[in-house]
Every structure is written in C-alpha cells, then in structure tokens.
Write a protein that binds this ligand. Structure first.
Ligand SMILES: Nc1ncnc2c1ncn2[C@@H]1O[C@H](COP(=O)(O)OP(=O)(O)OP(=O)(O)O)[C@@H](O)[C@H]1O
Ligand SMILES: [Mg+2]
Length: 343
C-alpha cells in the first residue's frame, strides 16, 4: 500500500514561487492500477516523481508498506527504488545499446552475474514479446516496441510498483492498445501495482479502477472510475469526463443554452444511470408523478471497466418548482441528475 500524506512541493523560479503540489493526501492499494489525470501543468509528473523521490517533497510523507521514503538514508532509498520501476512518454532508452543490453542495464548496475542476467532478460523478452528483436537498436523499433523495451527494463529488478508517466501519449491507437494490454497483464499476472498518468481519459477508462484528479497542484477528488465518470464532484472532472465520453451537446442545443434560471424556459438535465438502471422507467415515473413533460435530446451508453453507465440528456418543461420537486424525488436513487442550463 502506498500512502501519500500532506505532500507539498514548491519550485522556486527566478521571479516567483510555484506551488506545484499542495497538501496531497491519497492512498493507493497494493495490486491496483491507479490513474492520475488533470490538465497540463496540474502537477501530475511532480506527484509521480515524488513517489520514488526523484522529486524531493518540501514536506509530507510517502509511505510504501509503512516505510516512509522521505526519512530514508541514501543507501536505503537506493534499495527501495529498486522496488519502484518507471516508464516515460519518450521511452528514455539508451540508443547505443541493443534491446537486450537496455533491459540488462539495471541488472548490471546491481552487479548480477552474467548468467543470471541472461536468464532474467530472456524471460522479460518473452513477457514483452520481443525475443526476435533482442539484437536490434532502439532506432530500429516502432514506438510501441520501444515502450515494451522500457517496460521490460523497468521490470528487470522485479519492482512491486510501476510508475507510468504518459506512457502511451506518443503512441498510435494500435500501439497504445498493445501497451495497455501488456500493463494489464503485468498487473494481473505479476501483481505489480501500476500508477499511471495520462491526459487521455480513454486510457483511464480502459485500465484504471480508481483515479485521482489534480488541478493547479491540488487534489480535486479521487475514487472509483465509475463514480468519477458517473458522478463527478467537481467542475474540472465534469469537463474532463465530458470530453472523454464525447458528451458534448449538439450545436443547436448549445447555441440556445443559458446558465441563468429563466422561468419561461425549460431545464436541460443530464441523467446518469449506473448498471442495470435505465432511463425509461425513471422518465415515465417522473412524468406520471409530476406535472411536467420530458423530451429526450441525447442518449448514450458507455462501458467503463465492467460496468455500464448510461447518459440521457432531457429537456424538462413545466413549473420550475415542480421540476425541482421531481429532481429532489430522484435524489435518493442511484440516478444522478445534473442541470446543464436553461433552453
Ligand atoms: N523542475 C521544475 N522547475 C520548475 N518548475 C517546474 C519543474 N517541474 C515542473 N514545474 C512546474 O510545476 C508545475 C507542475 O508541473 P508537472 O510537470 O508536474 O505538470 P503535469 O501535470 O505533469 O503537466 P503535463 O501534462 O504537461 O506533463 C508546472 O507549472 C511546471 O511548469
Ligand atoms: Mg507531466
């Protein structure tokens, strides 16, 4: 288990002080795939690099299985770091070394005998399916293959934790899919805890069970992906989710949408359904129970992990007080209602 407690990091620039991380506290469970997302400059890489102390925090604790990394001596930290592998957007391979030699490097550095290195590298080459490329140099490989070499290298010291900073951002969709499949396999077969930064919500949606949202160095919210997607607690998450799920409203609707309440207008409401709930019974119940009319503008269904999440955007007309009562009526249910504006 990784516990981050009240973590702060400030960069001192020439003309100002930049708070890159402010009071971040979160817990990542052993064996999970955990996502970190947020806009550029939010502090994602700073947070990830803090986890192996590549970035030294100003204050706060980083506990890996109850060992606080921030208090370790240089030699103990070096040992602990072997337990935390890392991969990057641009792979960071040594261009003058072959695939085999790149993967062997961390093992050479810890003084492993040649026979042991050969055995380990060979099994890693099998894992990342690059046996046929072991004598090739990085320039002779595709982006996806390079990232698989980087993954094998990161796993060579048998870490329990793998940090991935935008590991698929430089890849085409097919290579992205193959790298994500590999990460999932490493997680399930080897039990490696994976912490993954991405600006692609599609990636988060496919592989992470839980995630954290960062904005301006602060933790906005964190929790299960399904909860984040279905019931974002913050505006930032809401916007990121909308982009990822392509929930943008049709242009004609957007053009007429206003944010100030106007009793003469209808409400535009997005209902989010989890699992087996469906919009049909809900809408007919509301129409039956309350003196309102509901017109469906847009509906789509997403599969997030194994769960189904449905989104239905409706235009609701009638007395606004009564519409308010109708929305309050469904509040205790698992269906989430979000007023998008007035049309
Ligand atoms: N070494 C550094 N020195 C000074 N400022 C830094 C340094 N590293 C990061 N920053 C600043 O700290 C803030 C957070 O940076 P960080 O790289 O963690 O963001 P990020 O969320 O990873 O962004 P991106 O999605 O663009 O990679 C940014 O404003 C960045 O300019
Ligand atoms: Mg970054």
């Amino acid at each position: 288990m990784i516990q981050i407690k009240n973590l702060y990091k400030t960069y001192v620039l020439e003309d100002r002080v930049l708070p890159a991380l402010q009071d971040i506290s979160l817990t990542i469970q052993r064996g999970e795939i955990f996502g970190i997302f947020g806009e550029s400059g939010a502090g994602k890489s700073t947070l990830l690099r803090s986890l192996n102390l590549l970035e030294k925090p100003d204050r706060g604790q980083i506990l890996v299985d109850d060992v606080d990394l921030t208090t370790l001596s240089a030699s103990r930290l070096k040992e602990q770091r072997r337990n935390i592998g890392m991969i990057f957007q641009h792979f960071n391979l040594l261009l003058s070394r072959t695939v085999y030699e790149n993967i062997a490097l961390p093992l050479e550095l810890i003084g492993m005998p040649k026979a042991g290195i050969h055995r380990e590298v060979s099994s890693l080459l099998d894992l990342v399916q690059l046996q046929d490329h072991k004598y090739h140099y990085p320039q002779q490989l595709s982006g996806g293959q390079k990232q698989r070499v980087a993954i094998a290298r990161a796993l060579s010291t048998k870490p329990e934790i793998l940090l991935c900073d935008e590991a698929t951002s430089a890849l085409d969709p097919k290579s992205t899919a193959s790298v994500l499949a590999l990460l999932k396999e490493i997680n399930s077969r080897l039990g490696v805890t994976i912490i993954l930064i991405t600006h692609e919500m599609d990636v988060i949606k496919q592989v992470c069970r839980r995630a954290a949202v960062l904005s301006d160095g602060k933790l906005v919210e964190y929790g299960s992906i399904i909860e984040l997607f279905a019931r974002p607690a913050s505006e930032i998450t809401r916007q990121l989710v909308q982009k990822a799920l392509h929930l943008e409203l049709p242009d004609a609707v957007k053009a007429g949408l206003q944010s100030e309440p106007d009793p003469a207008k209808s409400l535009l409401v997005r209902f989010t359904f989890l699992g087996d709930d469906s919009s049909q019974p809900l809408i007919s119940t509301l129409v039956r129970k309350f003196d309102i009319s509901i017109n469906i503008i847009q509906a789509n269904i997403e599969t997030i992990q194994e769960a189904t999440v449905g989104f239905t955007v409706c235009q609701i007309s009638g007395d606004h007080d009564i519409i308010g009562q109708a929305l309050a009526y469904i509040k205790p249910t698992s269906v989430n209602a979000e007023v998008l504006g007035y049309v």
